[in-house]
Design a protein around this ligand. Structure first.
Ligand code: HEC
Length: 122
């Protein structure tokens, strides 16, 4: 009887451990998809590389306040009529949801010219 309950406890613990590993992996996966740096690289940089007609922009092109202002006041205005290179029926702004914008905004602000770690995005 006692041995049986011990088995049940061990079995339950084993299941919990497996579930924990699976959940942790899933979490890492979503975080990877939503990293602000990856978003910037994939979805901002192509239009704002060196010598680009649209102007060269990396996080350290602007100071933190200018990035905040850009995302608060000018994002929709400046990118709402720019056609998305991957789907010509859509505008650049259509390709971003609130979470993605939040992530890329954080990346820009955290690595702005006046931040502790100014950065281009590689
Ligand atoms: C399809 C190309 C394209 C993509 C993608 C794109 N931009 Fe732009 N961006 C432009 C163009 C075109 C302008 C110039 C708009 C204008 O002059 O009104 C611009 C202007 C800007 C400006 C200057 C705005 C100003 O006030 O003059 C900044 C900053 C900027 N982009 C940052 C970004 C960031 C950050 C991303 C990604 C979140 C991004 N862009 C994605 C094409 C793009």
């Amino acid at each position: 009887m006692r041995l049986n309950s011990l088995k049940i406890v061990l079995f339950t613990l084993a299941i919990m451990m497996v579930a924990g590993v699976v959940l942790a992996e899933e979490k890492a996966e979503t975080e990877k998809v939503q990293s602000g740096k990856d978003l910037y690289k994939e979805r901002c940089k192509p239009c704002h590389m060196e010598d680009s007609d649209n102007g060269e922009y990396t996080p350290m092109t602007l100071i933190q306040e200018q990035w905040e202002e850009f995302f608060d006041d000018y994002w929709t205005e400046t990118h709402g009529k720019v056609v998305c290179p991957k789907d010509e029926k859509k505008m650049v702004t259509d390709m971003w949801d609130a979470d993605m914008l939040k992530a890329v905004r954080k990346f820009c602000v955290d690595h702005a010219a006046d931040s502790e770690q100014p950065m281009t995005c590689g």
